[in-house]
Design a protein around this ligand. Structure first.
Ligand SMILES: O=C(O)CCC(=O)C(=O)O
Ligand SMILES: [Fe+2]
Length: 932
């Protein structure tokens, strides 16, 4: 029975026999089962289950059937494509012959599409005829597994377990041919040979193609001097080669996963280009012997034939073989010598060396395809590139900054270490700016990484704020895309910073993952935030494998909509110790080295086809999931659209009238002490009376409480309480950020009022600076820090160092020439700086503006309520504090809304929620407002 023979196929010949029988005897249904639903993907899954359950016989049975059915499936598809192509290739004598040239040209075009429609109809009918009710759609990754011969890898082990050593070795060898770097398989083959005595002649490539079989026989005949044998086998090998080449090209005409360009002509061209790229590669696919590619594999047939025909004195055929060989390799000296010999000694002349017809056709086709591909590679994409420049320019400023910073760093670092290059090199630079790989390709056994340093806590909070506005679906999953986020911002400006954060983080992760995967063309395809509500039992995986994208997929699938050119990064927003992500190995077993525990700031990256799953968490689990593509045609403009919307929003904003507000400051007792020229520069101001003594004392108390209660030196919350000043060993430097202050207020460690004062007093300073310098655009906080510097007792005598050495707040000072360059790693976004002083009961500690040679120019004594504001590029410093404690609120401002201090925005929300809680008990005060 045909089914039986299919099952036990060992090589292509018996399998081909099987298919032939099936095709002629059974019209409907698959090769292997009466149940048309029992297709190779199902059999494969059953085989894997058997493997996991250690039922080795069942594993062998199902994997063999799966592989057979896959071969049947593939062969059917290719046969249909080929036979329909041949059926509809237009005959030379066309019915357009009698028409004039113009009509022929336009009709020719129509004829082309007519032919395509007929052919398509033919292929559909052909498949239906053979497949019947069999479901045809198979997930792409399952197909990929079969293309990669994964079933053989299972078979190898299961054969071994049922003591079929020769089959096990052959299966291993078959797998190895497609996966030549797989060390375990190489080791297995060796041990089958050495320990289990499997002989070399027992080892067969179970997928060996017939053209290779014939060629092998032909070579044997050659070594035996059997010229008839050489002729017979090499001629057969050639015929089979042409057929295999046709199959290879037909196979290239398979699924095209790209989203199509809506324009008919682009869609057709793009699809054809992907087919073309594949078809041009067929010559390499076919010319492998074992795992090595053989140069001139095809042409060599004619070398053997030329010799054998000559030996048999079939000189016409020998001359023809010579001419054919020279078509492919025109300057081969041996063959040229043969050619001369035939001309000089046997009376042949040029015309006799005309290559064989099929070979000439093969050659011309190859030439033409390569020429087209060259056009595609050299011109097609580059011209598209130029055309699209206008679109890309929309947000050049921001985009280029990141790229430019990176490039500058590259140049600087290249000089230091010219050996470093490519990916490794970029990773080093990223590491310098805080983005560090924690686990890479080796640890994670694949093209995957886990890195840290991507989103700061405040950014995670901001993004969480946005996604919290979305209701969960019935599976407890909340999702928001950039388009939805944009709509949200249009309705409610409270979400603006979340959107800005989303776009900023996307740009950062795009740069990083693009470098990691070594892509020069790397675009955003999709961005979304995904949250999963807590699950009761985190061990419960449910019926399918949950994905970071929010989808849930079957055992052998990946999420829909991905192509080979796609990559994914996942930036985590929550800390979930009980959760993680795991990957599957190529045998689709859960990989043991999964990544446990996720954290805000961590980023995981992998190829979109790399199967993964996630562990649910008992607490809310949120991530920002970005899909990238190296295929320009999938570049999603949504990020640029969102950016340009935010840009237009900002362009509409202007600072309100200065003089009215300055008058109000004056009425409330603020007086300008010195400004601009009096301070030897423009954009410099000193004012007194901005806050009163009570406020100063309350802020100093806040600093004390915050610093004492704070957990000392803490890298994560950088610039928090530091035991010794980062600037001098002779002072203690303590600081309190808004971020920490609000945490302390929430825990009750400091009063809510003191934090409100911290916010309102600093806001008052910002407003004063914005108005005094008469800025036309709003000035935003970049960073706020309540800082005290305390002299260490007993080490002060004869101190020559400074409390804070001379510096600019947004640039890197070159001590040699006094220039300060506004470049990374300085905080280049900072435009203005201000300090609001809180006390004067200490010694030393004068602020000063510096000359470019760093000597002090004008100095200033701090005191409660005094503020100094200046352009952040101006060089300045602080004299040593030699006795007591000097406290101030340090502030850095920016004109770039993308750098707005998130902690302030979040503090407002926390404070107002605390107020509403309070107001339930008593009618407490309302929330603090940023604007006065
Ligand atoms: O405290 C001061 O007076 C100046 C501090 C300063 O320049 C800084 O922290 O950047
Ligand atoms: Fe400074």
């Amino acid at each position: 029975m045909a089914v039986e023979r299919c099952k036990s196929f060992v090589n292509y010949v018996s399998w081909a026999v099987c298919v032939m029988i099936i095709l002629s005897s059974v019209k409907l249904g698959s090769c292997l089962s009466d149940d048309p639903q029992m297709t190779f993907d199902k059999l494969f899954t059953i085989g894997i289950t058997a493997y996991e359950e250690e039922d080795w016989q069942a594993c062998v049975r199902n994997m063999e059937r799966a592989q057979d059915d896959f071969n049947f499936y593939k062969q059917t598809i290719l046969d249909c494509r080929i036979s329909c192509r041949n059926k509809f290739t237009p005959s030379k004598k066309s019915d357009t012959e009698s028409l004039d040239k113009e009509t022929v040209d336009s009709l020719g075009f129509l004829k082309f599409y007519e032919q395509i429609i007929f052919e398509s109809d033919c292929v559909k009918r052909c498949r239906l005829n053979i497949f019947g009710e069999r479901p045809e759609k198979v997930p792409r990754n399952v197909l990929k597994n079969f293309e990669n011969r994964l079933a053989y890898s299972y078979l190898q082990y299961c054969y071994y377990k049922v003591d079929r050593m020769a089959d096990a070795t052959s299966a291993a060898y078959t797998f190895f041919l497609k996966n030549p770097d797989h060390q375990d398989t190489i080791d297995n083959i060796q041990s089958y040979r050495k320990e289990f005595g499997v002989k070399d002649n027992e080892i067969v490539d179970m997928e060996r193609k017939q053209y290779k079989v014939y060629r092998g026989e032909g070579e044997k005949a050659y070594h035996a001097g059997d010229w008839d044998g050489v002729i017979e086998y090499f001629e057969r090998a050639l015929q089979e080669y042409y057929l295999e080449d046709e199959r290879c090209r037909a196979d290239c005409e398979g699924q095209y996963e790209h989203e199509r360009d809506p324009d008919f002509i682009h869609a057709v061209a793009d699809h054809y280009i992907s087919v073309l790229q594949c078809q041009v590669g067929c010559v390499d696919v076919l010319s492998k012997i074992y795992v090595q590619q053989q140069p001139n594999y095809f042409a060599e047939h004619f070398h053997y034939l030329q010799y054998a025909y000559y030996k048999k004195q079939y000189n016409d055929r020998a001359v023809e073989a010579t001419g054919t060989y020279l078509l492919f390799i025109p300057d081969n000296e041996d063959m040229q010598a043969n050619r001369r010999y035939y001309i000089q000694n046997l009376g042949y002349h040029e015309a006799h060396f005309t290559p064989r017809k099929e070979a000439l056709q093969y050659y011309k086709r190859q030439q033409m395809m390569e020429k087209m591909l060259e056009f595609v590679n050299v011109k097609y994409f580059t011209e598209m590139y130029d055309d699209e420049d206008d679109d890309i320019d929309m947000e050049k400023g921001d985009d280029q900054m990141a790229e430019e910073d990176l490039m500058n760093e590259v140049e600087k670092n290249k000089k230091n270490d010219p050996k470093l290059d490519g990916q490794e090199f970029y990773m080093k630079i990223f590491e310098k700016i805080g983005m560090k790989i924690l686990a890479g390709k080796e640890d994670l056994k694949g093209s995957r990484f886990l890195a840290k340093g991507f989103t700061r806590e405040g950014q995670c909070i901001e993004l969480m704020y946005m996604i919290s506005s979305i209701d969960p679906d019935q599976n407890g999953i909340r999702q928001i895309s950039v388009v939805e986020a944009l709509e949200l911002v249009k309705k409610d400006s409270d979400y603006e910073m979340a959107l800005r954060t989303l776009l900023k983080t996307t740009e950062l992760t795009r740069h990083f993952t693009g470098r990691f995967f070594n892509k020069t063309e790397y675009f955003i395809k999709d961005v979304k935030l995904v949250c999963r509500d807590p699950v009761e039992n985190s061990a419960d995986q449910g019926p399918c494998v949950p994905q970071e994208s929010g989808q849930c997929v079957g055992d052998t699938e990946v999420s829909e909509g991905y192509t080979d050119n796609d990559y994914i990064s996942v930036a985590y927003l929550t800390d979930n110790d009980d959760s993680g992500i795991y990957f599957f190995d190529r045998w689709m077993r859960k990989q043991s080295s999964s990544l446990p525990g996720i954290k805000c700031g961590h980023l995981v990256g992998f190829e979109a086809f790399d199967r993964h799953g996630i562990l649910p968490s008992k607490s809310q689990r949120c991530a920002m999931v970005v899909t990238y593509t190296s295929d320009r045609s999938h570049d999603n403009p949504v990020v640029r659209i969102a950016k340009s919307f935010l840009l237009s929003l900002e362009n509409q904003r202007s600072a309100s009238n200065s003089s009215v507000i300055l008058q109000k400051f004056e009425r409330e007792g603020t007086t300008v002490v010195q400004a601009n020229a009096e301070l030897h520069g423009n954009e410099r101001v000193i004012a007194d009376g901005l806050i009163d003594d009570e406020a100063c004392s309350a802020l100093i108390a806040l600093a004390k409480n915050g610093a004492i209660i704070g957990d000392g030196y803490n890298e994560k919350d950088n610039f928090e309480a530091v035991a010794i000043s980062p600037h001098t060993d002779n002072e203690i430097f303590e600081g309190l950020t808004i971020h920490r202050a609000i945490k302390l207020a929430k825990s009750g460690a400091v009063s809510k009022e003191s934090v409100e004062l911290y916010l309102s007093a600093s806001e008052r300073s910002r407003l004063f600076v914005e108005k005094f310098f008469n800025l036309t655009k709003p000035l935003y906080f970049d960073y706020t820090h309540l800082v005290c510097r305390t002299a260490v007792e007993g080490v002060q005598a004869g101190r020559t160092d400074l409390s804070h050495p001379v510096h600019g707040d947004n640039c890197q000072l070159n001590i040699k020439d006094g220039t300060c360059s506004r470049a990374f790693p300085a905080f280049v976004q900072r435009d203005y700086s201000a300090l609001m002083y809180l006390n004067d009961d200490f010694e030393g500690g004068d602020f000063f503006f510096a000359h470019s040679n760093t000597s002090a120019d004008v100095t200033l004594k701090p005191k409660c309520g005094r503020i100094i504001g200046f352009n952040a590029a101006h060089l300045h410093g602080v004299n040593s504090v030699t006795k007591g404690q000097r406290c101030a609120v340090a502030m850095w401002y920016t004109l770039d809304p993308n750098f707005k201090e998130l902690a302030r925005i979040q503090a407002q929300k926390v404070l107002s929620s605390m107020s509403s809680e309070n107001s339930q008990d008593s009618d407490a005060e309302g929330s603090v407002h940023e604007e006065l």
